[in-house]
Design a protein around this ligand. Structure first.
Ligand SMILES: *Cc1c(COP(=O)(O)O)cnc(C)c1O
Length: 486
């Protein structure tokens, strides 16, 4: 095929045929492309150039691309920029940092808990070297990865044993499989819930090989209902935290104490899936549904399972805590091996648990810091952003501070709404969706929510280290020069 020797597009309006496409070899020599080659390697850039040229050829032939558009599209700069975007999508870092201005603290889609700096450093350090993950240094023998968590767990749950898995769903599956395979599991109808992130209690039960035996009605389940369903086929009693879901009105739930009494009398274990692992009492923050795990154990639960990346504020993991004889069986099950923690999780979880042991969790664990932040403090931070954006963009009239609510989220307490102060942005041209898109498209993306035609930003979930960049992004999105391409 004949090619334009100069690789420069012809004058617009002239022939707009595919023959005006530059050659790959010429493009590779172009300054913009050479930079890409240094970064992404010769072969990948060459392949991406070929793919782009083939698309352009197709578009020109089919008449999709014509006239002046051809001139623009076939220039080295345009092609290099397109290829750079594709190489970045392929090889750029991901998942990317985002600014969570939704006010949802445990946001499953945004990665749930943010680790403390100390925990993040432990994770990075454990990633870079060999570590004594399963090696007992004092005896020179094989050890257990769970030994690194044992001292903190013994302080947090005296007299109890534990096993750690890579999430709470795995923890529940392990418990059901080991203790109740082929047997009945009694669950209240009101607790057969689906929890954010597609966790369904009946599905996990089915996979475990245990049989679901529904007890009571959706809104009321009494102790007698459990008693009536008990038989010599019963493997365990399961109580599930209904998390993001709440039946209000005429309801009745059987207490842990009553269930524990029944479990003891009938010789079957009582297992509680508590969803969010609460290691501190959150009731002083008016979060009423989140009893501390220790309290459930004291009330007679034989095992409690929970996530480590919800309100606990650690890395993704699941813990089962409780009776030693049951935990021994869990640890021996092959599924415990299948779902074991890797060394990064062990390191991050140990450091997070350490903050609780030292009584420093509310100071150090970001999730708890966010949860405990007072509306006045959040309002002051919002006001600082507002002042700065107003000064730099001249758009102060678009910005206001208003009352609102943040949510704990992530399948934690449904009543866990926290009063907050929001930065409300009146969008240019009344187009809140466009403003939301612009903020989401930048670097780092800002995720907010739209309500009544305004964009609402909640500083509760914006990390202090991100606040200046939030300001920048708002200036950029509202500023007189309009959006700046990244
Ligand atoms: C979140 C949740 C789960 C699932 O935990 P993962 O750690 O996401 O696997 C299970 N049960 C309850 C009650 C939950 O809230």
């Amino acid at each position: 095929m004949q090619r334009d020797k100069t690789a420069r597009p012809a004058e617009s309006g002239a022939s707009a045929g595919p023959d005006r496409l530059p050659a790959v070899s010429r493009l590779l020599a172009a300054r913009q492309v050479a930079a890409l080659v240094r970064r992404y390697g010769h072969e990948l850039v060459r392949d991406l150039l070929r793919e782009r040229l083939s698309e352009l050829r197709q578009a020109i032939r089919s008449g999709q691309l014509g006239g002046r558009d051809v001139d623009r599209a076939v220039g080295a700069a345009a092609i290099a920029s397109e290829v750079a975007g594709r190489a970045e999508a392929l090889l750029g870092p991901a998942p990317r940092e985002v600014i969570n201005a939704t006010g949802v603290i445990v946001h499953t889609n945004l990665g749930r808990a943010v680790l403390s700096d100390a925990a993040a450093e432990r994770v990075a350090a454990a990633a870079r070297t060999y570590v004594d993950l399963e090696y007992d240094l004092s005896r020179g023998q094989r050890g257990s990865r769970l030994d690194h968590l044992a001292p903190a767990m013994a302080r947090l749950f005296p007299g109890k044993s534990f096993v750690a898995l890579n999430n709470n769903a795995a923890a529940i599956l392990l418990v059901l499989r080991t203790l109740a395979r082929g047997r009945d599991v009694l669950v209240s109808r009101g607790e057969l819930v689906e929890i954010g992130g597609s966790f369904r209690v009946p599905d996990i039960l089915a996979v475990s090989g245990a049989r679901l035996r529904e007890v009571g009605t959706t809104n009321r389940t009494r102790l007698q209902d459990y008693e009536g369903a008990l038989s010599d086929r019963t493997g365990l009693l399961l109580k599930v935290h209904t998390s993001n879901f709440r039946i209000v009105g005429f309801t009745e739930e059987t207490s842990i104490e009553d269930l524990a009494g029944l479990a003891r009398r009938s010789g079957v274990p009582l297992v509680v899936d508590w969803g969010s692992g609460d290691l501190v009492d959150l009731r002083p923050l008016s979060i009423k549904d989140e009893l501390p795990v220790g309290e459930l154990l004291r009330a007679g639960a034989d095992l409690v399972t929970f996530s480590c990346d919800k309100l606990l504020g650690g890395p993704q993991a699941g813990l089962v805590v409780g009776r030693e004889d049951l935990v021994v069986r869990l640890r021996r099950d092959p599924l415990a091996r299948v779902c074991r923690l890797d060394r990064l999780l062990v390191a991050g979880l140990r450091e997070t648990l350490g903050a609780y042991v030292r009584g420093a969790a509310f100071r150090e664990v970001p999730t708890l810091r966010m949860l405990a932040a007072a509306p006045e403090e959040i309002g002051r931070r919002a006001a600082r952003v507002r002042r700065e954006v107003a000064r730099r963009s001249g758009q102060g009239r678009r910005l206001a501070i208003v009352d609102g609510v943040s949510r704990t989220g992530g399948g934690s307490s449904p009543t866990g709404e926290r009063p907050t102060r929001l930065l409300a942005v009146d969008p240019p041209e009344g187009d809140a969706a466009a403003l939301e898109r612009r903020l989401r498209a930048g670097d780092p993306p800002v995720i907010g929510r739209i309500q009544d035609g305004r964009l609402l930003l909640d500083l509760r979930t914006v990390l202090p280290a991100q606040q200046d960049r939030l300001t920048e992004r708002l200036v950029e999105a509202l500023g007189p020069s309009g959006p700046v391409k990244r």
